[in-house]
Design a binder for this molecule. Sequence first.
Ligand code: SF4
Ligand code: SF4
Length: 173
Amino acid sequence: MSIITDVIESTKAIIQGMGVTLSYIPKQKWTVQYPDEPVTVQPRYRGQHLLHVDELGREKCVACYLCAAACPSECIYIVAADDPRPPDQRTGVDERYAAVYNIDYGRCIFCGYCVEACPKDAITHGYNFELSVYSRADLLKTKDDLLITKQLQSKNYRVAFSHEDVDSEYKEV
Ligand code: SF4
Ligand code: SF4
């Protein structure tokens, strides 16, 4: 008797499970044929960082180290330098600038604390998520990799419009 009950219960469970599976067949699919189709990322997405410049192309970073101090992973490395040239000829907006600005993406946890800490809006998260490399050493990105004027942007993603961002506030970066 118990065997018959087991068979009936198992059959019911299988039918229930198949019912759930079959119910998903007519629903909208979320599979993206990446990289043939671009992935849609949310506006708040935290990808590879961008180091920003002002309207004259001068680097906004003043090498204050606040981002490095805020970083829980200790993956930001900065070397400050002085640029005593006149303001319009300087590398940065201030006399002091970051001669070296590295982020080790082997350690970064994309927490955004560095962005929050920066008093100059010099660093934000961009959208690039294609950071896979074959060598761990290649995860170390330098200022040339991070500067907004030099960072190569992939065509394999698009940023969602604000009305597509249904579950969070739209945050422009
Ligand atoms: S996102 Fe977080 S872990 Fe990554 S560099 Fe910024 S503070 Fe450090
Ligand atoms: S990115 Fe911002 S917080 Fe970091 S060193 Fe430059 S100015 Fe300071």
